[in-house]
Write a protein that binds this ligand. Structure first.
Ligand code: C2G
Length: 129
């Protein structure tokens, strides 16, 4: 089964690694859409700390990841699922229910987030040092 997932993966941390490893365990290959800097700016009204090219390189270097592409819009998930012939979409449960409509195209699974870690929290910790 071919798995697809999406994320910004800014300031890559253990929560990111956990979800990618768990996603890969559900299938035979893992394709990851890394959100572009522009998409991230629209979503969070700030630029990511790490450039999209670097975030893509980090995710590509992981053993559990087979294929990486740049996610240019949140609205293009159906197109990406079709293009990469994914059988299953995996997302963290902060997105619970948001992609249920895609179950017409492929299986949709939400995995529990790793508690107590996020990019936002890391930024706050660094700022307060
Ligand atoms: N995640 C997790 N545990 C954390 C933090 C993140 O499991 N403690 C998961 C998220 O649920 C998501 C993935 O890691 O599935 C990537 O998280 P982000 O980089 O925060 O991605 P996001 O900004 O939610 O972008 O099209 C969807 C977006 O691209 C997702």
């Amino acid at each position: 089964m071919k798995i697809i997932t999406f994320g910004t993966f800014d300031m890559f941390h253990i929560g990111h690694l956990n979800i990618l490893e768990r996603a890969k365990e559900l299938g035979s290959s893992l394709t990851v859409g890394v959100s572009s800097d522009a998409l991230n700016f629209n979503k969070k009204s700030r630029n990511p700390i790490c450039h999209e090219r670097d975030r893509m390189r980090i995710v590509s270097a992981l053993k559990c990841v087979d294929e990486v592409f740049l996610e240019e819009s949140l609205e293009l998930k159906a197109e990406y699922i079709t293009k990469f012939q994914a059988d299953c979409l995996v997302m963290g449960d902060d997105w619970q229910g948001r992609f249920d409509h895609l179950s017409e195209l492929c299986k949709v699974i939400y995995l529990p987030r790793t508690p107590a870690i996020s990019t936002t929290q890391l930024i706050e910790v660094v700022k307060s040092e």
